[in-house]
Structure formats: structure tokens, C-alpha cells
Design a binder for this molecule. Structure first.
Ligand code: ATP
Ligand code: MG
Length: 476
């Protein structure tokens, strides 16, 4: 039975494309992700239109009718693209691809719709809807993609082993779609991925990470990451994370499996935030546990300094994975370095100065740090978790109270270097830094308040102590 989806194609882009296609006697289809998402009821922002013939030509005619001024043409690839309102529309000529074993780049030639559907990665991504007036909205589904959508399975149109070895990126995409859509990967496909995992080596890090980040942003992300682990795809690009896996037992003392713990923390934080980098902080918070692991006869397993070593590992990991090396990396690094601090406050007696120091170091990322720490509370013992979270609330209250009083979160020195130089008639020198940092310490320790007058008084005392003379100008 053929199905018709014309009622779904209400957007002006389809109307206009249909008119032109019909006038010119062409064959063209909406295809791929857009159709899949339409049927699933997911929002999507890019439309792919495949034309049997010249894609550039149809793109220009559609753009003209829609009064879109700018059309990007990629002659060499036979594709064209423009933006209409909030949608990105891409036109491509139907093509046939054949792969040779020694290259990732296929040999491309003009083809039929069927050829074009054959080159697609998954049955659910090969669905096409006709744009010609006589068949407007008719579904062309040669591989049973509709059934797979209903049964929620990821399946390749052709032999999986060939699909994945032709373009190994598709293995990452399979896991990504499984994680985003909560679909199962068909058994044969899963086996082919496991067998071909090593072939990921010919794919650029950027493209791998595009898919990985989509997995990280899916909900819950652990589903996809567990699949990456099971198929050993994860081993190909992220060995540090793989090393988190495992439990060691000595003298009846076992530590927890840090891989599954990390996934739990990642899932927890994902319920609270879609910030990719905060999710990354969860992935990396315990990354240095394997290299810092020791066994102590008295206390059992320890991971001393894993937060500091972890923070030092962050730039290296970001660099290798071709993730941005800017403030985003610094942010992740900071959260990894500080991730134990709020918990330490929960455990010990909470002093104002410890709270002030944490506020000072975390700055505006304090809320994100608290989210991370809260997500880090995982235990099989529900009672323990409850008690921890209760204490945690006390720390949060304390943070708010101290910040209100002392405003150290965006600490600005209450005495400037300029004022110090004027007061003691100094040129820029080492002493200025000494005075500033002692004032800051005094504020953080609670010896004085974060207040200009008190800081000025302390500056004079320190100056006298280190033998500085007050300048004539300053005394007047
Ligand atoms: P999303 O837009 O959510 O990333 P999508 O399925 O639209 O999902 P795109 O990367 O936009 O993914 O690709 C559009 C279509 O092109 C896909 O639906 C699929 O038919 C095809 N495609 C993309 N990448 C590949 C690939 N590596 N191998 C085969 N077909 C692909
Ligand atoms: Mg898309």
C-alpha cells in the first residue's frame, strides 16, 4: 500500500518546489532526515531535496520564486543551498556512489532516485516524498524504513558490513541515532560495527566528535556511550574514558567502577542542563582516577590528587579530540579541578573562609559546579544519598549567605595597585603584588571584611611592617 503525506508538506518551500518541478516535468523528492523527523514528529531545521537531474537549476528557480537573494552553489558537488526563514534548504542531483576499498571517497556519477536511496546510511534515512503534482506527498520507501521507524530499529539498506566499511563514520551515526531516538541497532548491524570499529581510524577527529557530541547531548547520553563501549568504537578515539572501566578487589576491598559511575553522573547532570560543556565536565571529572589509583592497607583504594591531574589532562584530551581550546576548555578544566571542593565542605565543619575561598575560585561558575557536585552523589544506598543531599543544601545556603555578605564571587581588589603606588610613592614593583595578595587573603580568611576602608587600613599596616614609607602626597 502506498502512503501519502501531502498534508505534512504545507511549508511554502514545498509548494514552490512542487510548482516548478511540475512545470518543468522534473522528478524531485524531499529525502532523508527531514522526512524521518517529519514522521516522528521531531523538529528539524534542514530540508534535503534530491532532483533527478540538475539540483543547482531547481535551487535557483525556487529561490527566485521565494524571493531569496542568496543561493550558495557548489558546482563541483552538484549541490546548492539557501536559507528560507528558519530553514536551511539543500538541493542535490540524484547520484550513484561506488566505493573502492582503498579510499573513503566514493566514485560519484549521476543516478536515479533508487541509486540515491541506495547510498544512504539507514533505512529510516532513505525515505523520500515526491514533489511532483501528480504524486505530491507519495512515500517512496524501498527498504522498509517506515516499518523500522515503527519498530524503532536502526538498519542499513544494504549489507551492513559493506555499508560500514564503505564509510566508517556511519558506525558513529548508527550509535548517535540509536541514542537520540532511543532505537535499537539491528543485531547484524551491531556485529558489523564491532567487526569494523578499527576502521574509524580513517575518519577525521572533527567528524567523529560531531557525532560524539550529539550523543553527549542526547537524553540520556549513557545509552549511546554504552553502545560505543560495547562495540569498541569508544576505544578508537577515547581510551582515557575506557580506562575508567573495571573494579579491582584487594583484601576484600573493592572500589566502584568509575566508567559506570561517570555515566551515572553524566545522566544525572543531563536532567538539569543541555550545556554541552557542563556535560563534558561530568565526563571528565574522574578521568584521572586510573592513573592516581593506589592501594593503602589501612584505608583501601585512594585516588589522591585525581582532581588536579584530571584538570591537567583536560587540555591534552581537548587537543587530541579537536575540541575547542578556548574558554570552554578552561571552564571544563576549572570544574574538574574544583569538583571535590563542595563535597569536602559537606563532610567537614563548614567555615566561612572555606566557603569564601570556593566562591572566589569558582566565580560565576559556582552554580554549575554545584550542579556537577550534586550529580556526583551516586550511591546504591538511598539513605546515604538523602543524607548527603541534605548536607549539600546546607552548603548551598551557606554559599548564598556568605556571597551576600562578602561579594567575593567576582572579587575586585578593594585597594588598587595605583592607590598602593601613590600611598608609598612606588614604581611598579614586587611589593605591590605582596600587599594585594595579603589583603585578598585577609578578606578570604575573614580577618577583615571586603570593604575599602578596612582594606586601606590593612594596607598601611602591611606597608609599615615591610618598611615602606608613606609618601608626602598621600598624607595630605
Ligand atoms: P541530523 O540533521 O539530525 O544530523 P540527518 O539524518 O538529517 O540528521 P544529515 O547529516 O543532515 O543527517 O544528513 C542528511 C541525510 O544524508 C541523512 O538522512 C542520510 O540520508 C544522508 N547521509 C548523511 N550522512 C551520510 C553518510 N555518512 N552515509 C550515507 N548517507 C548519509
Ligand atoms: Mg539533517
Amino acid at each position: 500500500m502506498s502512503m501519502n503525506y501531502s498534508s505534512y508538506l504545507q511549508h511554502p518551500v514545498f509548494k514552490v518546489a512542487s510548482e516548478i518541478v511540475t512545470e518543468e516535468g522534473l522528478e524531485a523528492y524531499v529525502i532523508g532526515g527531514y522526512v524521518r523527523d517529519l514522521i516522528l514528529g521531531r523538529p528539524s531545521k534542514d530540508i534535503d531535496i534530491v532532483v533527478v537531474g540538475n539540483g543547482l537549476d531547481l535551487a535557483e528557480k525556487c529561490a527566485k520564486k521565494l524571493r531569496v537573494k542568496k543561493v550558495s552553489l557548489f558546482q563541483r558537488f552538484g549541490t546548492a543551498q539557501f536559507v528560507y526563514k528558519d530553514l536551511e534548504v539543500e538541493f542535490v542531483g540524484a547520484r550513484k556512489e561506488s566505493y573502492r576499498s582503498d579510499s573513503r571517497k566514493p566514485v560519484v556519477e549521476d543516478g536515479t532516485l533508487q541509486d540515491d536511496q541506495n547510498r544512504r546510511d539507514f533505512t529510516i534515512n532513505a525515505l523520500a516524498l515526491s514533489l511532483h503534482k501528480d504524486s505530491f506527498g507519495d512515500l517512496i520507501d524501498p527498504f522498509g524504513g517506515m516499518e523500522d521507524l515503527e519498530n524503532q530499529v536502526i538498519r542499513t539498506p544494504l549489507e551492513p558490513a559493506k555499508t560500514y566499511s564503505d564509510d566508517p563514520l556511519r558506525m558513529m551515526r548508527a550509535v548517535r541515532f540509536a541514542s537520540q531516538l532511543n532505537f535499537k541497532i539491528e543485531r547484524k548491524s551491531l556485529e558489523a560495527i564491532s567487526e569494523n570499529a578499527h576502521r574509524l581510524e580513517i575518519i577525521s577527529r572533527e567528524r567523529i566528535m560531531d557525532e560524539f557530541n550529539k550523543i553527549v547531548l542526547s537524553n540520556p547520553p549513557s545509552r549511546g556511550i554504552k553502545l560505543l563501549y560495547a562495540t569498541k568504537l569508544l576505544h578508537e578515539f577515547f581510551p582515557e574514558m575506557v580506562k575508567l572501566q573495571g573494579i579491582e578487589n584487594r583484601n576484600g576491598k573493592a572500589h566502584k567502577d568509575n566508567f559506570y559511575h561517570t555515566l551515572e553522573v553524566l545522566d544525572n547532570i543531563s536532567e538539569k542542563t543541555d550545556n554541552l560543556w557542563l556535560r563534558w565536565a561530568a565526563i571528565l571529572h574522574d578521568i584521572a582516577k586510573p592513573p592516581t589509583k593506589r592501594f593503602d592497607e589501612k584505608v583501601g583504594w585512594t585516588f589522591h590528587g585525581h582532581e588536579d591531574l584530571g584538570a591537567r589532562m583536560v587540555p591534552k584530551i581537548f587537543k587530541r579530540l579537536k575540541l575547542p581550546l578556548d574558554h570552554k576548555m578552561k571552564y571544563v578544566q576549572k570544574l574538574v579541578r574544583l569538583h571535590l571542593r563542595p563535597i569536602a565542605l559537606v563532610k567537614g565543619h563548614v567555615t566561612d573562609s572555606a566557603v569564601r575561598r570556593l566562591l572566589f575560585e569558582a566565580g560565576d561558575d559556582i552554580e554549575d559546579l554545584m550542579l556537577l557536585c550534586n550529580a556526583d552523589i551516586t550511591s546504591k544506598n538511598e539513605f546515604k544519598v538523602k543524607r548527603y543531599k541534605k548536607n549539600f543544601e546546607i552548603v548551598e545556603q551557606k554559599l548564598r549567605a556568605v556571597e551576600e555578605k562578602d561579594r567575593v564571587r567576582n572579587f575586585q581588589p578593594p585597594v588598587s595597585g595605583d592607590l598602593i603606588m601613590k600611598t608609598f610613592d612606588l614604581k611598579p614593583c614586587h611589593e605591590i603584588g605582596v600587599i594585594k595578595s595579603r589583603i585578598k587573603e585577609a578578606i578570604l580568611e575573614g580577618e577583615i571584611e571586603n570593604d575599602a576602608d578596612q582594606a586601606y587600613k590593612l594596607m598601611l599596616e602591611i606597608g609599615e611592617e615591610i618598611g615602606l614609607k608613606i609618601s608626602g602626597k598621600a598624607e595630605q
